[in-house]
Design a binder for this molecule. Structure first.
Ligand code: NAI
Length: 463
């Protein structure tokens, strides 16, 4: 009899299992993949970051080395070696989770789980008993009408197939200018592919701060990516011999258009995955968007069954799932697990990086409160300029009456690291002035965060 069986060993599930074991519970985790780590480690965050790193190096070599006095740099791209580097990166991380499971005495039940009744989880032919179940079964790429994804074929692919293309394509159409489309589109753009992104909305990265959206698109365009905005893709035709043909029409009217491409990446969002778990038969309630409905403590309507991560409402982010995993383990262990959904950062790992936390300027104003905005361009930051990356900015949003920080949006080198200063500040309910009065080492790009905070008060210095 286990205290807890976690279904799924992605960042939500494995973190939940480890925390529960640390709190003294007897824990098993069911995972059907060959390796632990879920989508994130196997076919998501980690392999894409390996390819982003490698392609960033290629981009630096082509675009910036000569300016730095590093002349005549040339590197042949060995795609299969780059793929091995990616696979090695994934393997060290997935094996790391295996080690952590052993260290924490967590049983890995290999196979796909079915919940046959509350407290009963069947894996293969064996039924395991447990006091509690946490469903952390994640998400999969959602289908787009008129488009058939065939990852094995290597022509019309989703994010999983795009990590594993047989060769670097000459041309690529990316459907959807969300995080996946821009990260993976960037990888291939930097490796020499001509990339066109077709996006339904009138701006890239839906939900982001409008100024960030604009600047980000400008910088990606400068890097060579093409954008077709306000256009809905209606179908993709493939043929044995020629390129794929992507049909789209502008939302505001006009004739249907087609673009040809060697590879088409479908990146139009993901949907919760809980197929085969038997949730229907158990009467577990779902939301109208197919997510597992949970209360403030991640409990479903069926006693003893909890759910976290991409399978439940909220942003589909590995770190949100991790936080929920830790918190639900604490709830099950009789403690007070908590997640502050107002302070969940989002990062796009392109160059420059884009990072945000809290409210955008638009969303803050929509709440009806008076808002002040402190913005600092990286052109005023010595370190960013020395790195030839002075084109971004930091934008801090604060309440005009209380000075409390409401959000922060950064576009620039290391944005994904710098954002955490503001996450901590927000967790402590800090005012912009608290950040402005904190000494920041010089020369760092983080000084730009302080300058944005100063801009919320009497003014930034270096602008
Ligand atoms: P997304 O929801 O971020 O973006 C999808 C885009 O496709 C939207 O802009 C939408 O307007 C567009 N679209 C939908 N239908 C279309 C059509 N017919 N024609 C043209 N455009 C269309 O989804 P994405 O990028 O697939 O990512 C899925 C999830 O994975 C997101 O929740 C994302 O946050 C997460 N993720 C996060 C990463 C990170 O944090 N760095 C990395 C990768 C994924």
């Amino acid at each position: 009899m286990y205290d807890l069986i976690v279904i799924g060993a992605g960042p939500g599930g494995y973190v939940c299992a480890i925390r529960a074991a640390q709190l003294g519970l007897k824990v098993a985790c069911v995972e059907g993949r060959e390796t632990l780590g879920g989508t994130c480690l196997n076919v998501g965050c980690i392999p894409s970051k390996a390819l982003l790193h490698a392609s960033h190096m290629a981009h630096e070599m082509h675009e910036n080395f000569a300016t730095l006095g590093l002349m005549n740099a040339h590197a042949d791209i060995d795609w299969s070696r780059m793929q091995s580097y990616k696979a090695e990166t994934v393997a060290t991380n997935t094996k790391g989770i295996e080690f952590l499971f052993k260290k924490n005495k967590i049983d890995w039940l290999k196979g796909w789980a079915e919940i046959t009744a509350p407290g009963k989880v069947k894996v293969g032919d064996t039924e395991h008993e447990t006091k509690n179940i946490v469903v952390a079964s994640g998400s999969i790429a959602s289908a787009l009408k008129g488009v058939e994804v065939d990852n094995a074929g290597g022509v019309v692919v989703d994010s999983t197939g795009a990590l594993d293309l047989p060769a670097i394509p000459r041309t690529m159409v990316v459907i959807g200018a969300g995080v996946i489309g821009l990260e993976l589109g960037s990888v291939y753009n930097r490796l020499g592919t001509q990339v066109t992104v077709v996006e339904y909305l009138d701006a890239i990265t839906p939900g982001m701060d409008a100024e960030v959206q604009k600047q980000f698109q400008k910088l990606l365009t400068k890097q060579g990516m093409n954008f077709v905005l306000g256009a809905a893709v209606s179908g993709v035709e493939t043929s044995e011999t020629g390129p794929a043909r992507v049909s789209y029409a502008h939302r505001k009217g006009g004739d249907a258009q087609t673009i040809e491409a060697d590879v088409v990446l479908v990146a139009t969002g993901r949907r919760p995955f809980h197929d085969g778990l038997g949730l229907d038969a158990l009467g577990v309630q779902l939301t109208e968007r197919g997510q597992i409905a949970v209360d403030d403590h991640w409990a479903t309507n069926v006693p003893g069954i909890y759910a976290i991560g991409d399978a439940v409402p909220g942003p589909m982010l590995a770190h949100k799932a991790e936080d929920e995993g830790m918190a639900v383990a604490e709830v099950i262990a009789g403690k007070h697990g908590h997640v502050n959904y107002d302070v969940i950062p989002g990062v796009i790992y392109t160059t420059p990086e884009v990072a945000s936390v809290g409210l955008t300027e638009e969303a803050a104003k929509a709440t009806g409160r008076k808002v002040k905005v402190g913005k600092f361009p990286l052109l005023g930051n010595a370190r960013a300029k020395a790195m030839l990356q002075g084109e971004g900015f930091v934008k801090l949003i604060a309440d005009a009456e209380t000075d409390r920080i409401l959000g922060c949006h950064i576009i620039g080198p290391g944005a994904g690291e710098m954002i955490h200063e503001i996450c901590v500040a927000m967790e402590f309910g800090a005012a912009a002035q608290d950040v402005a009065l904190t000494c920041h080492a010089h020369p760092t790009v983080s000084e730009a965060v302080r300058e944005a905070a100063l801009a919320c008060g009497d003014g930034a210095i270096h602008v």
